[in-house]
Design a protein around this ligand. Structure first.
Ligand code: PEP
Length: 254
C-alpha cells in the first residue's frame, strides 16, 4: 500500500493478559510478523507484563507501548507510574486519554496535555486519543467535540513534539462494540483533525503527524480503513488480544 506516512498499528491489550499469557501472545506475534518492515508495530501490555515483554521483543521488529502514565516525574502519587519508570523497560510509546480513562477515571483534556508534555520530556511518543460519543455525533456535535479535545489535549506542545505525537481518532461508539466507522466517516474525521493541526501548528507539521483510527478494527476491515488518505494506522483493542487477528490486521494493511 502506497502511503504518505508510514503506518503505525498498536495493540491496546487493556486490563488483559497475565505475564504468562502475554508471553504466549508475543511469541506468536514474533513468528507471524517477523518479516514485516512496512508498518511500525507496537504492543501495549498492562504495566505488570512490560518487563517480560520488553525482554522478549528485544530482538524483534515489535516496539513497546504503555497504556497510561503520570504527568508527574516522581513523588507521593500512590498507584501512579512515571515516564522514567517506563523508560527502564524500553517503552517507546504511551497511550494517553483513551476514552475509557476519560470516562471511568475522569481524565480531562488539560490533564492529558500535561501527560503528553511529560512523555516528550522523557522521549516517549504519546498516542493521544480523541473521539466523540454516539449522542455527540447524532447531535451534530462531532466537529465541536473533536476540536475541543484536539486543542485541549495537545495544548502546549512545540512543533517538533507534535511531529512525534500520534493522534488516535477513536469514536467512542465504535470501541469494543463491533460497529466500525464507515470509510467515509473515518476519512472525514481524520481530515478534520489534520485541518485542526494545520491551524494549531502548520502545514508541514500536520502533514507529518500520523493519525490512527481505532474502533472495532479487525482483519476484514483493516485494508479499506488503512487505504484512506488521512488514516495512518490503527489502534486495536479486542482484535489485538489474539496473535492471528492482530497479525492479519497488519498484513492486510500492507
Ligand atoms: C480501543 O480500545 O482502543 C479499541 C479501539 O478497542 P476495539 O478495537 O476493541 O474497538
Amino acid at each position: 500500500m502506497n502511503k504518505e506516512r508510514k503506518l503505525i498499528v498498536a495493540g491496546n491489550w487493556k486490563m488483559n493478559k497475565t505475564v504468562a499469557e502475554a508471553m504466549d501472545l508475543v511469541r506468536s506475534l514474533k513468528i507471524e510478523l517477523a518479516n514485516v518492515k512496512e508498518v511500525d508495530m507496537v504492543v501495549c501490555p498492562p504495566f505488570t507484563a512490560l518487563s517480560e515483554v520488553s525482554k522478549a521483543i528485544l530482538d524483534s521488529n515489535l516496539r513497546l507501548g504503555a497504556q497510561n502514565m503520570s504527568e508527574h516525574n516522581v513523588g507521593a502519587y500512590t498507584g501512579e507510574i512515571a515516564a522514567v519508570m517506563l523508560k527502564e523497560f524500553s517503552v517507546r510509546y504511551v497511550i494517553l486519554g483513551h476514552s475509557e480513562r476519560r470516562q471511568f477515571y475522569s481524565e480531562t483534556d488539560a490533564g492529558i496535555a500535561k501527560k503528553a508534555l511529560a512523555a516528550h520530556v522523557a522521549a516517549l511518543k504519546p498516542i493521544v486519543c480523541v473521539g466523540e460519543s454516539l449522542a455527540e455525533r447524532e447531535g451534530g456535535r462531532m466537529e465541536q467535540v473533536l476540536e475541543t479535545q484536539v486543542r485541549g489535549s495537545l495544548a502546549g506542545l512545540k512543533k517538533e513534539q507534535m511531529e512525534e505525537t500520534i493522534v488516535a481518532y477513536e469514536p467512542v461508539w465504535a470501541i469494543g462494540t463491533g460497529k466500525t466507522a464507515s470509510a467515509q466517516q473515518a476519512e472525514e474525521a481524520h481530515a478534520f483533525i489534520r485541518g485542526l493541526l494545520v491551524k494549531m501548528f502548520d502545514e508541514t507539521v500536520a502533514r507529518r503527524v500520523r493519525i490512527q483510527y481505532g474502533g472495532s478494527v479487525k482483519p476484514s476491515n483493516a485494508r479499506e480503513l488503512m487505504s484512506l488518505p488521512n488514516v495512518d494506522g490503527a489502534l486495536v483493542g479486542g482484535a489485538s488480544l489474539e496473535g492471528r487477528s492482530f497479525a492479519d490486521i497488519i498484513k492486510n494493511s500492507i
